[in-house]
Write a protein that binds this ligand. Structure first.
Ligand code: CA
Ligand code: FE
Length: 303
């Protein structure tokens, strides 16, 4: 019941041809549809119509993003809860918002991000047969992550946003970085029993920090760094280890300046697991466990 997982992100790009070339050749996503100002893409192992949408805009950043819900009735149930929290919602019929779109509820979360709940997006398959499939299709290029893993956003009031996510959307808090005065600097939230499907860090409302693609193991992260370097893609940080979530990651930028991550590892986040707390003094190690410090460039704002 409720939210299943991250469904899609719509990111702004000023040069849609350049961005499409990058996301298909370097990241290795699959293009599924195209409009004059939008390109729809998915990771190879995802079955739904799209998970990454490139949208023409004069600058970079996150336009909107969405979660998939398990049942159609979840749209009504969650809308009621969101409205009861004082936030208006808007409903769109299947196909109304874009090609392949399911029934969608849209609202602006306390973080300022336009957020969607989707049920029934068109399914296009994962390029493999459902009977006796091989482990991976042949001919994939670039990094070719199997799926989107999480999104990392900024907001002014992380406590308020986290309470909305846990109380209204029924996310579970897995980890938090607490300021010395007790307020939340960073929180990690999940619905998929992974360490995070979404995370919030203190910063301007509506700002985008990164979206992360899943890779199967640490060796794939090394190969992703090789591929980025081969193509001259600017690497921001890593390959490294996170203290929070225990994951391994590599950060780099798309041609528009949107930060991407490839991520692996972590742990099984059982619903009865107690949240882990990091103190402000250890924030460097929480984010970059080996380096122990956060370079100021890593906090660049993409709103
Ligand atoms: Ca995840
Ligand atoms: Fe991340």
């Amino acid at each position: 019941m409720g939210i299943l997982r991250l469904s899609h992100v719509v990111i702004r790009v000023p040069d849609i041809e350049l961005a499409t070339a990058y996301y298909s050749e370097v990241v290795g996503l699959i293009e599924t549809a195209r409009e004059p100002e939008r390109v729809y893409m998915k990771c190879w192992d995802e079955h739904q119509h799209h998970s990454v949408v490139l949208e023409y805009a004069p600058t970079y950043g996150l336009e909107r993003f969405g979660f998939k819900v398990e049942h159609e009735s979840d749209l009504d149930d969650l809308s009621t809860r969101i409205e009861a929290a004082g936030i208006p919602t808007k409903r769109f019929e299947p196909g109304e918002l874009c090609p392949g779109a399911g029934a969608t509820v849209q609202f602006v979360a306390p973080s300022g991000h336009t957020t969607e709940l989707v049920w029934g997006m068109a399914q296009v398959g994962n390029m493999l047969p459902l009977t006796n499939p091989p482990p991976e299709p042949l001919g994939l290029v670039g990094i070719h992550p199997p799926r989107l893993d999480h999104i990392f956003l900024m907001c002014e009031d992380v406590d308020e946003t986290t309470a909305f996510y846990t109380d209204v959307l029924e996310f579970r808090l897995t980890e938090q970085i607490l300021a010395d005065d007790g307020h939340q600097l960073v929180t990690f939230l999940e619905r998929t029993h992974t360490p995070h499907d979404i995370a919030f860090i203190t910063g301007p409302n509506r700002a985008f920090h990164h979206m992360a693609f899943w890779l199967d193991d640490w060796n794939e992260v090394r190969k992703a760094a090789d591929i980025c370097s081969y193509h001259g893609i600017p690497i921001d940080a890593g390959p490294t280890r996170h203290g929070a979530t225990r994951g391994h990651g590599l950060y780099f930028f798309d041609p528009a300046g949107n930060r991407n991550e490839v991520y692996t590892g972590g742990y099984w986040a059982d619903p009865d697991r107690e949240p882990v707390t990091w103190t402000e003094a250890e924030i460097g190690r929480a984010v970059f466990y080996y380096e122990g410090v956060i370079d100021h460039r890593f906090m660049t704002v993409h709103s």
